[in-house]
Write a protein that binds this ligand. Structure first.
Ligand code: PLP
Length: 380
């Protein structure tokens, strides 16, 4: 049987012939004046305050990756038949640029985001953006918008959102023959204002996030669209976030709507569900696993059942749990609720191990601690 190939290498790597042009820069003539920018950056919230520029690269079957530019941030004009609106062929990434104490800026593990973006593209039958072009698009945008990177004092950073959408004007169901890759940037404050909040999470009974063979490991908007009803239910139950169980047995804890989950035990070991294809391979997850191993901690990537979680929390065998992801970094879990009742984790506040791992990770991200794994990607 002949297997479908969606993005022949010859097309995917066509962009090399455009290396000479690389990124055009059209500065925004209406960039926000410095005093207005400073006023807005004083209390940016999360994902609401956008910078002056955006990065754009186009892909077509004929030209491969081409037309790379950093331009004024502006609305898109798109045909209503563009396939992304109908069949959701879309992927995205999320990473941060941090202001270091020496005034320079740095990205955290952008090469890992570049690799995951390619993996997501492959799963969604989209052309894969070369990793160096992904990283360069972010470098160029942060360079153009460098004044929008806040100092780290209040836990702020520049949140970067690369994404890729199908733009063929065609209602037939097949992979698009044209794509638009973009990066937008948003000045953000600390995700939880006033320090890490301990959250209460709702175990979804009626909905699952990802099934074996599905798109759970790809960072695609469709996964989020499918999670919103469960998240709404969590809010209605007085919770902050939803946690999903596996789709096959409804027994194993998988992850939150947009964060991975960790369990901390009395003996000092930590555990997180394994990457079997239904869980998003978080870069924060990987960083925490690495930091824990560096510290000589026992680390397990093994399935953990909801009934075990409840029993271990009640017996005291489990002492802490936390969620993690780029946006909020580390978020302690205080309570878990489902129709059978609520169970409390440890003392309900941020535990010692959670705090230590969170502090260690953030010290590296801010350039305040040695970086043995070369995770900081310094920009000038
Ligand atoms: C992005 C994301 C995460 C966290 O990944 P990071 O690379 O750590 O930001 C976890 N779960 C889901 C579903 C995600 O989309």
């Amino acid at each position: 049987m002949r297997r479908a190939t969606y993005a022949p290498a010859s097309l995917t790597f066509h962009w090399t012939s455009h290396l000479a042009t690389r990124f055009r820069f059209d500065p925004n003539p209406e960039s926000l004046p410095a005093d207005e920018r400073a006023a807005r950056m004083a209390d940016p919230g999360f994902g609401q305050l956008f910078t002056d520029h955006m990065a754009v690269i186009r892909w077509s079957e004929a030209d491969g990756w081409h037309d790379a530019a950093v331009t004024a941030r502006k609305p898109l004009v798109m045909d209503p038949a563009s396939s992304v609106f109908h069949y959701a062929q879309e992927i995205f990434e999320g990473l941060k640029a941090y202001r270091l104490d020496d005034g320079n800026t740095a990205l955290f593990r952008p090469e890992a985001n570049a690799r995951r973006f390619r993996d997501s593209a492959r799963r969604m039958a989209m052309p894969e953006l070369p990793e160096e072009l992904f990283v360069e698009s972010i470098e160029r945008l942060v360079d153009a918008d460098r004044d929008w990177v806040p100092d780290g004092s209040g836990g702020g950073s520049l949140y970067l959102r690369p994404f890729q959408i199908a733009t063929s004007v065609f209602l037939g169901v097949r992979p698009s023959s044209e794509y638009l890759y973009m990066v937008i940037a948003s000045t953000v404050g600390a995700y939880w204002k006033g320090g890490p909040k301990s959250i209460r999470i709702w175990v979804s009974q009626d909905y699952t996030r990802a099934a074996p063979g599905g798109t759970g490991a790809a960072k695609c908007g469709g996964n989020y669209a499918a999670s919103l009803l469960a998240q709404k239910e969590a809010i209605a139950r007085g919770c902050d976030q939803v946690v999903f169980l596996d789709a096959a047995e409804r027994r194993w804890v998988e992850e939150l709507g947009g964060m991975n989950v960790f369990f901390v035990f009395e003996d000092g070991s930590i555990q997180t569900p394994p990457l079997t294809g239904t869980i998003l391979p978080g870069i924060t997850r990987d960083s925490i696993l690495t930091l824990a191993r560096d510290r000589g901690m026992t680390v397990r990537e093994e399935p953990y059942a909801l009934d075990r979680w409840r029993a271990d929390a009640e017996s005291g065998r489990l002492t802490e749990s936390f969620a993690c992801g780029t946006a909020a970094v580390v978020t302690p879990i205080a309570e878990v609720a489902d129709p059978d009742g609520t169970f409390r984790i440890g003392a309900g506040g941020p535990g010692q191990v959670t705090t230590a791992l969170s502090d260690a990770l953030q010290a590296i991200q801010r350039g305040r601690a040695p970086d043995p794994h070369g995770w900081l990607h310094r920009l000038s």
